[in-house]
Design a protein around this ligand. Structure first.
Ligand SMILES: NC(=O)c1ccc[n+]([C@@H]2O[C@H](COP(=O)([O-])OP(=O)(O)OC[C@H]3O[C@@H](n4cnc5c(N)ncnc54)[C@H](OP(=O)(O)O)[C@@H]3O)[C@@H](O)[C@H]2O)c1
Length: 216
C-alpha cells in the first residue's frame, strides 16, 4: 500500500513512497523531469520557480510558488508543510537560504544537486580543465556541500557527472567515492531526476554524498 510519511518521523529502514516534495530549480532542465517523474510516482510535488510561467503540465502539481531561492521569506513560506526539498540548482547562497528556511519550519529532508568535479581527481586532464574554467562555481558548490553537511538536517548530496538532454536509460551508476567506480561520464538529466527521486525516497542515503554517473 502506498503511504504518506514524514522524514522527521519515519524509520531509517522504511522507504518513503508518497511525500510532499518542494522542487527548487523546477523550470530547469533537470528540475522539469523531477516534477514530471515525481508526480508520476504519486508524490505531491510543489514547484518553486522565479518564472513559474515556464512550467508545463501544472495540473499534475500540488502547488506552485513564485520566488527567488535566495529570498528567505518566500522560501520559508513554500517549504512550510513539505516533507522534503529537492534542489535542482546548486550554490551556497541558495543552500544557506534553504537550510535556514528548513530549520525554521522543521522540514528535515533535503536532496541537493552538486557536481562530481567538486571532489574528483580523475580523469586527471578532464578534472584539471574543468577546474580551470569553472573554479568559482566548484568552490561555491563545495561551500554549499559543507554547509549542508553541518546543517543537522537529513541531507543527501547528489553529485552528478556531465549532464546531457538525451533520452533516459532508466538506470544510473551510483557510488560513494570521490572518483567514479564505474558507469559513463555522461548522464541524462532525465536519469539524474530519477536518481534524485530515488534518493529522496531512501532514508538509507541520509547523511551521504552520492556520485551519480550514466550507465555503461
Ligand atoms: N551541467 C552539468 O553538466 C552539471 C554537472 C553536474 C552537476 N550539475 C548540477 O545539476 C543541477 C541541475 O543542472 P541543470 O543543467 O539541469 O540546471 P539548469 O537547466 O541550468 O536549471 C537551473 C534552474 O535553477 C533555477 N534557478 C537558478 N537560480 C535561481 C534562483 N536564485 N532562484 C530560483 N531559481 C533559480 C533556474 O531558473 P531560471 O529559469 O529562473 O534561471 C532553473 O530553473 C545544477 O545544480 C548543476 O550545478 C550540472
Amino acid at each position: 500500500m502506498v503511504q504518506a510519511c514524514s522524514y522527521s518521523a519515519f524509520s531509517h529502514i522504511e522507504r518513503c513512497h508518497r511525500v510532499k516534495i518542494l522542487v527548487i530549480g523546477s523550470t530547469g532542465r533537470t528540475g522539469k523531469h523531477v516534477l514530471t517523474q515525481g508526480a508520476e510516482r504519486g508524490h505531491e510535488i510543489t514547484a518553486y520557480a522565479r518564472r513559474p510561467e515556464l512550467l508545463t503540465d501544472r495540473g499534475r502539481l500540488a502547488g506552485v510558488h513564485q520566488g527567488d531561492a535566495r529570498d528567505l521569506d518566500a522560501v520559508r513560506s513554500a517549504i512550510q508543510g513539505q516533507d522534503a526539498v529537492i534542489s535542482a540548482v546548486g550554490g551556497s547562497e541558495i543552500a544557506g537560504t534553504l537550510i535556514t528556511a528548513m530549520r525554521d519550519t522543521g522540514v528535515r529532508r533535503m536532496v541537493m544537486t552538486s557536481s562530481r568535479s567538486v571532489v574528483a581527481t580523475r580523469p586527471r586532464l578532464a578534472v584539471t580543465l574543468a577546474w580551470l574554467f569553472l573554479r568559482a562555481a566548484y568552490v561555491d558548490l563545495a561551500r554549499a556541500e559543507g554547509m549542508l553537511q553541518v546543517s543537522g538536517l537529513d541531507w543527501t548530496i547528489a553529485r552528478a557527472t556531465m549532464l546531457n538532454d538525451k533520452p533516459p536509460a532508466g538506470r544510473v551508476h551510483t557510488d560513494f567515492e570521490a572518483n567514479a567506480t564505474g558507469g559513463a561520464t555522461q548522464l541524462s538529466r532525465a536519469d539524474y531526476a530519477m536518481a534524485l527521486l530515488d534518493t529522496v525516497e531512501d532514508p538509507a542515503l541520509i547523511g551521504k554524498a552520492l556520485g551519480i554517473c550514466g550507465p555503461k
